[in-house]
Design a protein around this ligand. Structure first.
Ligand SMILES: Nc1ncnc2c1ncn2[C@@H]1O[C@H](COP(=O)(O)OP(=O)(O)OP(=O)(O)O)[C@@H](O)[C@H]1O
Length: 241
C-alpha cells in the first residue's frame, strides 16, 4: 500500500510552546485515517502541517510526493477547518457553484456535492440563515466539489445528528473506495471504530499508529475509549519507571 502522506521528525512550536515535539507517521492512500485525541492534543496543528499552512520548526511533511504546501498541491488537497469557510451572503447552491467554477467543474458537480452532505433541500437558503451544523456541511460540500486526492477534515461531524453522522461516514468510505485519501479528526472515540487506520495523539505525541482491530486486540478490550485510556496509563507507567 502506498502512502499519500509521510511525516518525519516533525517539530512544531505554537506561541512559546512546543506542541509537537517530534512526530513521524504515514497516511495510507485511498483509506480513511482517523486523527484521534483529546482537545489540545495537536490534531489541528498536525492537519495544518499536512496542508502546508503551519510554520514548522523542523522535520519534513511530504504530501502526494511533494513538500506540504507546494503550489502544485493546491488543487489536489482539500482542507475543511472547524470554522466554516463559506460566504454567508450567498446561498448554499451559489457557494457550491462558486467553488465548482474555481475548480473548473460544472453545476452538476456542485449539486452532487450538496446532495452528498444532505443539503439539497437547503440549497436555496442563505448560508447566514443556516444552523452551525448545516454551515459545516456547506463548507464540506465546497471542498468535495473539487474532488481533491487528499481531503483533510477537521472534526467534520461536530454538531451533526446521528443519522447524518452515519451518512457522512458512509460518504467518506465511498470516497476512499474511489481512491481519495481522507484524514479525519475527531475527539469522539466512537468514531475511531469507523476509520481504516488510526493515529492516536496525546500532547503532540503519537500514542498509537494502528487499526481499530489491532488496537482492540492489543489492549484486550472492544471499547476503543478504554483502549485509549489503557495506552495512556501504560505510557505514564513507562515514564514513571
Ligand atoms: N495560535 C496558537 N498559539 C499558541 N498556541 C496554540 C495556538 N493554537 C493552538 N495552540 C496550542 O497548541 C496545542 C495543540 O492545539 P490543537 O488545536 O492542534 O489541538 P487539537 O487536538 O486540534 O484540539 P481540539 O480538539 O480542541 O481542536 C494546544 O495546547 C493549544 O493550546
Amino acid at each position: 500500500m502506498t502512502d499519500a502522506v509521510t511525516v518525519t521528525d516533525l517539530v512544531v512550536d505554537r506561541g512559546h510552546r512546543r506542541v509537537i515535539p517530534g512526530l513521524s507517521c504515514a497516511v495510507p492512500a485511498g483509506r480513511v485515517t482517523g486523527l484521534l485525541g483529546p482537545s489540545g492534543s495537536g490534531k489541528t496543528t498536525l492537519m495544518r502541517a499536512l496542508v502546508g499552512v503551519q510554520q514548522v520548526r523542523s522535520g519534513t511533511v511530504t504530501v502526494l510526493g511533494e513538500p506540504a504546501g507546494s503550489p502544485g498541491l493546491r488543487s489536489r488537497v482539500g482542507y475543511v477547518t472547524q470554522a466554516p469557510s463559506v460566504y454567508p451572503d450567498l446561498t448554499v447552491r451559489e457557494n457550491a457553484r462558486h467553488f465548482a467554477a474555481l475548480y473548473g467543474r460544472g453545476t452538476r458537480a456542485a449539486d452532487d456535492a450538496l446532495a452528498a452532505v444532505g443539503l439539497t433541500d437547503a440549497a436555496g437558503q442563505l448560508v447566514a440563515d443556516l444552523s452551525g451544523g448545516q454551515r459545516g456541511r456547506a463548507s464540506l460540500a465546497c471542498a468535495l466539489v473539487g474532488e481533491p486526492e487528499l481531503l483533510v477534515l477537521d472534526e467534520p461531524t461536530v454538531g451533526l445528528d446521528p443519522v447524518l453522522r452515519v451518512e457522512l461516514w458512509e460518504r467518506f468510505h465511498a470516497l476512499a473506495a474511489a481512491g481519495t485519501t481522507l484524514v479525519v479528526s475527531s475527539h469522539v472515540m466512537d468514531e475511531a471504530g469507523r476509520c481504516d487506520r488510526l493515529l492516536l495523539l496525546r500532547e503532540g505525541r503519537l500514542l498509537a499508529d494502528s487499526t481499530p482491530a489491532q488496537l482492540r486486540a492489543e489492549s484486550g478490550t472492544d471499547d476503543l475509549e478504554e483502549s485509549f485510556l489503557r495506552l495512556v496509563r501504560a505510557q505514564q507507567q513507562e515514564v514513571a519507571a
